[in-house]
Design a binder for this molecule. Structure first.
Ligand SMILES: [Zn+2]
Ligand SMILES: [Zn+2]
Length: 351
């Protein structure tokens, strides 16, 4: 066999050429001499084959990635080692050098390629939505039959802010373009449906309450033809607060905590702690407020009975003792609540 170019017959042939002739034309890799990358000037997301990918990388790193992604190796290369270098930068145009060492047909070959990477600054769809105040959901925080109190509003504001901050790493539309105080409560405008649902979930974990979603068709997306929805999510906090007193299925209870999973309560007689699901809300009656608790004195004790003074009339009142009250001493000051003409001694841990 002879090399078709030089006629030498000494060795194996590659594509009809001897090794020397093959290596004359051989390039270890191919890379375009110019690469254009669209980058969002706000969030540094870049456009890769029609999709905005959020890598949040600094510009130089985007240049190096663009070089790497555009390299394709030519066989029969082995063990290539590359070095990427930005030689010069003018504005958003980067002159780069790709240096490569590799083994080809048993020889070490070194090559260099000059590449111009151009970063074209633009604004990605998510950032342009944010800039225009776009939103997909409104969370309407309300309280049932009362105004929201200051501590609830503070807690809610903080929870909304924190949750969006956490979500914004993955969801560009996790932002709050508007927060409006209305007579009935607070409206939080949220960029995306997805993040709004997560914010509501976090709010319920902090404050409890009942959420209801109502989507409304706002129009049609011109490019996709899909319906454009905006969701109103009402989050209704209960009329009662921590420390208040409830009647639920014939039990007198005090509220220990309000969470997403329900209302944590303690039975005023059995002292049992339990959870009432939000689905039971309509069956719960608020019977007294935490502020109605008074203090009085234990005046007598006998097996199974305990006597205290009524906090207003100072008349002695005989009560059946339970595991908690049977340990109280005569003369001790105890918190009591009067509900439907009956006194209940509250254990200190409930306050
Ligand atoms: Zn040859
Ligand atoms: Zn962006």
């Amino acid at each position: 066999m002879f090399c078709v170019r030089c006629g030498s017959s000494d060795s194996e042939l590659y594509d009809g050429l001897c090794r020397d002739c093959f290596l004359e034309d051989y390039t270890i890799l191919s890379i375009p001499s110019g690469i254009e990358v669209y980058v969002c000037s706000h969030c540094h997301a870049k456009l890769i084959s029609g999709q905005w990918v959020d890598e949040g990388l600094p510009e130089e790193e985007i240049v190096y990635r663009a070089l790497e992604e555009n390299i394709s190796w030519e066989p029969p290369v082995e063990n290539p080692e590359i070095e990427l270098e930005i030689i010069q930068q003018r504005g958003t145009i980067y002159q780069c050098l790709v240096e490569v060492d590799a083994e080809v047909l048993g020889r070490m070959v070194s090559q260099e390629y000059g590449v111009e990477v151009r970063l074209t600054n633009t604004v990605c769809p998510a950032c342009s939505k944010q800039a225009s105040g776009y939103y997909e959901a409104v969370i309407q925080l309300r309280a049932d039959g009362r105004e929201l109190d200051k501590s609830e509003i503070e807690k809610a504001d903080l929870t909304v802010k924190r949750t969006l901050l956490k979500l914004s790493r993955r969801d560009k539309l996790a932002y709050l373009p508007q927060r409006i105080e209305v007579n009935e409560g607070i409206d939080y405008y949220i960029g995306s449906h997805k993040s709004a649902r997560k914010v509501v979930s976090a709010l319920r974990e902090e404050l409890g309450g009942i959420a209801r979603e109502s989507p409304r068709l706002m129009g049609q997306d011109r490019s996709s033809g899909k319906g454009l929805y905006r969701t109103w999510i009402s989050l209704r906090l209960p009329d009662f607060r921590r420390g208040d007193f409830l009647l639920h299925r014939d039990r007198m209870l005090t509220v220990l905590d309000l969470r997403k999973r329900g209302v944590s309560v303690k039975d005023l007689e059995t002292r049992d702690v339990k959870n009432i699901l939000w689905g039971e809300y309509e069956n719960i009656d608020l019977v007294a407020r935490a502020a109605d608790v008074k203090t009085t004195t234990v005046t007598a004790r006998s097996p199974g009975r305990i006597q205290v003074l009524h906090p207003e009339t100072y008349e002695p009142v005989d009560l059946e003792a339970d595991s908690y009250t049977s340990k109280l001493e005569i003369g001790e000051q105890v918190p009591v609540i009067e509900i439907k003409k009956r006194l209940y001694i509250i254990d200190e841990a409930e306050e």
